[in-house]
Design a protein around this ligand. Sequence first.
Ligand code: ADP
Ligand code: MG
Length: 253
Amino acid sequence: MSRVVAIVNQKGGVGKSTTAINLATYLAQREEQVLLADLDAQANATSGLGVSTHDSGCMYDVLLEGRALQEVATHTDIPGLHVVPSTINLVGAEVELVSELAREFKLKRALDRMPEGLYTRVLLDCPPSLDLLTLNALAAADEVLIPIQCEYYALEGLTQLMRSIRMVREELNPGLQVGGVLLTMFDARTNLSHQVAGEVRSFFGDRVFSAAIPRNVRLSEAPSFGQPISLYAPQSAGAEAYSAVAEEVLHRG
Ligand code: ADP
Ligand code: MG
């Protein structure tokens, strides 16, 4: 069975897509077979991996047309990494799903129908809200990975997120775990970063990855070249940090 990881935080701009792209890449480079499903209509994970628009289908077709994930998955420049692309069609998905039966379980059904052994890990890049698409991700996931930006207001909204996760556990997916919390855009020179990191670590304990992702300009440049950091700037501090996180993910098992 593949391990399904939802990358969730209803705040925008905290590093979800950057984490999805680069964690997926480093896991694939360590022999995993990875499927990255892009659930955000903004399609940052799709374009950030250099995947352009696709006649072969997208996440919308999986959620609303019942198409198979492996059918719409497209390969990337990274061996072992496939992407289920997002397109602008996803904008309407949220509204269209509302009237569907078992609307929270569309993605779960699609994952259940996937042939055994195709992928060892599935990463879900979620939109910046707790909408039906994110609920689909939470209902389908074994664990959530929460990126937290080391900035003011970072912790605001976490209570709501944890409440949603609890509700999902009660109503949709009893086995859902908080698998990891990742500090992003950490700036070692500022007190604020250290303060946020301290608070997050005291709240989440050892679920916080020991590697924090530094604020790193290479990480913000890479998507405009459609490349993960391992191709764009493999020696950068951002690359080292995401590589270390992938290592931790593998060790946690
Ligand atoms: P989200 O998916 O949560 O909205 P993104 O991953 O798209 O967040 O990141 C938001 C913006 O910040 C993007 O422009 C991205 O390139 C940039 N960014 C993400 N992580 C870092 C980082 N560690 N250092 C510098 N810029 C980053
Ligand atoms: Mg995003």
